[in-house]
Design a protein around this ligand. Structure first.
Ligand SMILES: Nc1ncnc2c1ncn2[C@@H]1O[C@H](COP(=O)(O)OP(=O)(O)O)[C@@H](O)[C@H]1O
Ligand SMILES: [Mg+2]
Length: 159
């Protein structure tokens, strides 16, 4: 992303294609152990971004919304990837049963509605927030912690 300060990255006024392009770019910086959280209101584009990241990781299968299964696994991606949507998560225990920490140990974990995640140990994480910016446009703000910060330092500008 162009304007990068101390692990905070920001892009304004992105249409859907630009959001997807950002996801694709991001995917090329990811490594096993990265936690990517996607926050923002219902319908803002968290799944659009998640799908673009997964496509960037060469997921060729359908990418269904994990709204009901809570987590979908993509073991055959370039790096094993896991996509969780915790919107329907009940109570605090469920998150342990989902095995998300194990997912992170061997691959990349994408989480929609991370507010419901509770504490999870991640050596490296990128917290992405999407905000509505009027007609079909979005602002994207991301905060990096851990080794992903350096890897994102070389993000090229979106064309
Ligand atoms: N700039 C944009 N970025 C992302 N999605 C957009 C944008 N403009 C319109 N949309 C639409 O908004 C919806 C986002 O849906 P989705 O990704 O499922 O949201 P969420 O997962 O946040 O609930 C899609 O229907 C998409 O076509
Ligand atoms: Mg979604």
């Amino acid at each position: 992303m162009g304007n990068k300060e101390g692990g905070i990255l920001r892009r304004d006024q992105l249409d859907e294609q630009a959001v997807a392009r950002l996801g694709a770019l991001l995917s090329s910086s990811l490594q096993p152990g990265d936690l990517i959280t996607l926050s923002g209101t219902l319908g803002v584009g968290k799944s659009v971004m998640a799908r673009a990241i997964l496509r960037g990781l060469k997921v060729l299968d359908d990418i269904p919304s994990p709204t009901f299964t809570l987590v979908q696994h993509y073991p055959h991606a370039m790096i094993p990837a896991h996509h969780a949507d915790l919107y329907r998560l009940q109570g605090g225990d469920d998150v342990l049963e989902l095995g998300l920490e194990e997912c992170l140990q061997e691959g990349i974990l994408l989480v929609e509605w991370p507010e419901r995640l509770g504490n999870i140990n991640a050596i490296s994480r990128l917290d992405i927030r999407l905000e509505s910016a009027g007609d079909d446009m979005r602002h994207v703000v991301a905060m990096a912690q851990g080794s992903i910060t350096q890897r994102l330092g070389s993000w090229p500008d979106l064309g």
